[in-house]
Design a protein around this ligand. Structure first.
Ligand code: ADP
Length: 287
């Protein structure tokens, strides 16, 4: 354990939680999407470390779940935002893959359904919040309501503009009720997106991931950058901070999210819940 911690310390020169925390004056256009902030290992070292850290994440998640079963109302919510092909799905697969799926509440948010359109935009979000003891994963989120909605003028500015403050207040309420929120913006370069879309068109096993609309959205790149910038400027709060994750290297994005979740769970100071029965009596009864 001590040896692996020392090795980890050498690879992470700055802990992920610090290296990736979006700075107040961050300029999203300046971010190097191929960078590995805080980490000085390569893909091989990153993959090895990830394999080593997954059991830690899994053990912490089991403790969170055990506490949830014993009346603790706390939970964790991982919010994933990013342009098409940024790797949100890969992170979901990875996070759920590393832990007991019973302990994960997963939700993805696409174009609102007819029913969802009848409600306030946070309605479907509230309904999908993780239950006690769970790790919730949002593949897209309420931030679509200030991203795609803003870029395409789906509602007028006087409707989307107040949403930043409203989202901050909503997240405060969620955090105060015991759910830690980890917001991750995956940032890929335009070139990398091109290559990932091209791969989807060149491989029959990837056609299913291709959506012609993705190419249309790509045409709005600068507008999306502006919308992401506004999102970071307006909703990067102390209670629900944004982490800005360079995502051209999938191995790094997965390792980094694992570290962010481990950090969040460790900060919760989880212990195994005490028994709600008398152990001695039960041992005697069992014989
Ligand atoms: P993905 O592209 O992530 O695989 P989907 O095919 O379900 O998933 O598509 C998600 C699409 O839904 C994206 O284009 C996204 O911008 C859009 N979307 C999500 N939330 C909203 C919203 N509130 N209003 C309009 N469009 C939305």
């Amino acid at each position: 354990m001590a040896k692996s911690a020392a090795r980890r310390g050498k690879l992470w020169t700055t802990p992920a939680v610090q290296a990736l925390r979006a700075a107040k004056d961050v300029d999203v256009a300046e971010l190097d999407a191929a960078g590995t902030p805080g980490f000085r290992g390569d893909k091989v070292a990153g993959a090895a470390l990830l394999a080593e850290r997954e059991p830690r994440l899994s053990a912490l998640q089991e403790k969170l779940y055990a506490n949830g079963r014993s009346g603790d109302h706390r939970a964790v919510l991982l919010v994933l935002q990013g342009m098409d092909t940024a790797g949100k799905g890969g992170i979901v697969r990875h996070v759920i893959g590393a832990v007991d799926p019973q302990g994960v509440d997963h939700a993805s948010f696409g174009v609102p359904t007819e029913e969802e359109k009848q409600h306030h935009y946070l309605w479907r979000i509230r309904n999908a919040l993780p239950r006690a003891g769970r790790i919730g994963v949002f593949d897209r989120s309420h931030y679509e309501d200030v991203l795609v909605v803003r870029v395409h003028n789906l509602v007028p500015p006087d409707v989307w503009e107040p949403r930043y403050d409203e989202i901050n207040a909503f997240e405060k309420e969620v955090v105060d009720a015991g759910t830690a929120i980890v917001k991750v913006a995956l940032v890929i370069s335009k070139d990398e997106q091109h290559d990932r879309l091209r791969e989807r068109l060149e491989r029959p096993d990837k056609y299913w991931k291709y959506n012609p609309g993705d190419v249309d959205e790509r045409g709005f790149w600068p507008d999306y950058q502006q919308a992401y910038q506004a999102m970071l400027d307006r909703t990067n709060t102390a209670h629900a901070p944004w982490f800005l994750l360079p995502a051209d290297r999938k191995w790094f994005a997965r390792l980094a999210v694992t570290e962010l979740l481990i950090h969040t769970l460790e900060s919760m100071d989880l212990d195994w819940p005490p028994p709600n029965f008398d152990v001695e009596t039960e041992l005697r009864r069992l014989g």
